[in-house]
Structures are given as C-alpha cells and as structure tokens.
Design a protein around this ligand. Sequence first.
Ligand SMILES: Cc1cc2nc3c(=O)[nH]c(=O)nc-3n(C[C@H](O)[C@H](O)[C@H](O)COP(=O)(O)OP(=O)(O)OC[C@H]3O[C@@H](n4cnc5c(N)ncnc54)[C@H](O)[C@@H]3O)c2cc1C
Length: 264
Amino acid sequence: MSTVYRAMFEIMSVDKFSLEKVLSVHRWSDNLFSFTMTRPAHFKFTAGQFARIGLKVADDLVVRAYSVVSSPYDETLEFFSIVVPDGAFTSQLQHLKVGDELYLEKVPYGFLTLARYQAPAPKDLWLLATGTGLAPFISMLQDFETWQKYQNIHLIYSVRTAAELAYVDRITEIVELFAEGHEGFKFVPIITRDPQAELHDRLPVLIENGQLEKTVGLDFDPASTHIMLCGNPQMVEDTRDALKARGLTMNRRGEGNIAVENYW
Ligand SMILES: Cc1cc2nc3c(=O)[nH]c(=O)nc-3n(C[C@H](O)[C@H](O)[C@H](O)COP(=O)(O)OP(=O)(O)OC[C@H]3O[C@@H](n4cnc5c(N)ncnc54)[C@H](O)[C@@H]3O)c2cc1C
C-alpha cells in the first residue's frame, strides 16, 4: 500500500473508533488476563455481543473481536483475554497497563444474545464455554432479565487446568447479587487435563455419556432448552453434533435450541 493510500485508509478506519483509556488489568495466569476500560456513552450493547478493539502495532491498527464481559448497565467495559504468544494482537495486548489507550469500534456486533430465541419458550438455559468463551455468559448473568426469564440456568465452563479457571469468585458474587430467590442455578467446571477433577472429559463426551445432565440433575429437552456454545471452534462443532444427536436443533430465524459463537 502506498504511504498516501495507507494514511487515507487509516484516517477512514480510525474514524470508526473511539479512543478509550484502560482502567484496570487483572492477570489470572500466564496466558489469561482481564481488563476494564472507559465506556463511551454511544457504545450500547446487549449482553452476549462483542466489541471490536484495536491497538496500534508499529503504524498499523490491528483489530480483534472481544465479547463484552461487563453488563449492559455498567459504566465501564470489561474484557477477558487469552495470550497467544505469536498472535499479532495479544502478543502486544498482554503488556497492557492502566492508563494505556485502546481503540474501540463505535458499534457492537453479534447475535449470541438471549433475545434471538422466539421458540421454544424460555425455561432451561444452558451456557457452555471453553476458556475465554466464558465472557459473554458473565455479561448475561449480570442482567436481571436472564434470571427472570429462566427457571433453570446452567453455566458449564471447560478449561484445561485449574489455574485457567478464571472468574469463579465473580460467579459466586454475581449469583449472590442477581439470583436472590432463584433456585435453579448450577455452575459446573470441567478441567480436561486433571483426571482427579470431578468432570474432566471433553464436553461432547459428557453429553454423549449423559454425565453432564446427571451432574446438574436435568435432561436436555427440545421443548424447553435454550443452549449456547462459545469458544473453541472444535468444541463448538463437536458439542453441537452431540446435541443434535439428542434431538436439539440449531436456532435459525428465532426457532430452535442451539446458538453458537466461534472465537477463531
Ligand atoms: C466473535 C468473537 C469474539 C471473541 N471474543 C474473544 C474474547 O472475549 N476473548 C478472547 O481472548 N478472544 C476472543 N476472540 C478471539 C480474538 O478475536 C483473537 O483471536 C484473540 O485475541 C487472539 O488474537 P491474536 O491476533 O493474538 O491471534 P490470532 O491470529 O487472532 O489467533 C491465532 C490463534 O490463536 C488461537 N486463539 C485465538 N483466540 C483464542 C482464544 N480466545 N482462546 C484460545 N485460543 C485462541 C487460535 O488457535 C488462533 O488460530 C473472539 C473472536 C470472535 C470471532
């Protein structure tokens, strides 16, 4: 790209973004961290949607999708990030400090939202995440509407090692704050590289052998289940197939049980 053309492209493209300030950084492990940043008044989103965040690497603006962790009612924006050592974005983002600036695209994106479900009627909500795929579900759980809509809510969170189990205390706090009088919440961690963990098989296996339903004490019912999968594309594909084999259908044009979001 010529220098002039590149400068024009940058101005056009930067115009789609606002510049926001990093307010906090929390490191969970070597390869996982969360951060918060200022939220501009124009940035409205629904729980489950993602933002596009940019940072300057040399002279280029590198942009990646990030599910919003915080609730639509929070004054700041929170995100939960992997570190990919040779990743163009996260190899830089991992050095983030309070006071740094990040680009935030002005509009949110995505359809992994509870509003997409028209049928079946809401009763049982299953939220299945691998790794940072937890992010949109933390946002949904911080929305009172989620707790009002669903009789049973199951948050299933699969990680490789116990050190990668981020947000566990936060989940307890959220339940205390949002779920008063709600009897149907279950949090089920899965640690795939720890044979001593209560659940350590991959999600599709736990669905095929019935262990996941046994653990929460409720079966998948095509007439009452909304189920969302988020994170690793291989997990999403294999889990989706295991659920289809149990009679659940993909949610299309509002109807059906399964909604998915792939992170790469
Ligand atoms: C809709 C959407 C929402 C997303 N939300 C998040 C989020 O909330 N948090 C987040 O960390 N990432 C999220 N991602 C992924 C994110 O956009 C980037 O891929 C990630 O930040 C890595 O960027 P990178 O340039 O360093 O590496 P990339 O070049 O983008 O990716 C390199 C490789 O790293 C691996 N990888 C990428 N993302 C992840 C991940 N999240 N966990 C494990 N391995 C990964 C894959 O093998 C991928 O091929 C989301 C992606 C999409 C499409």
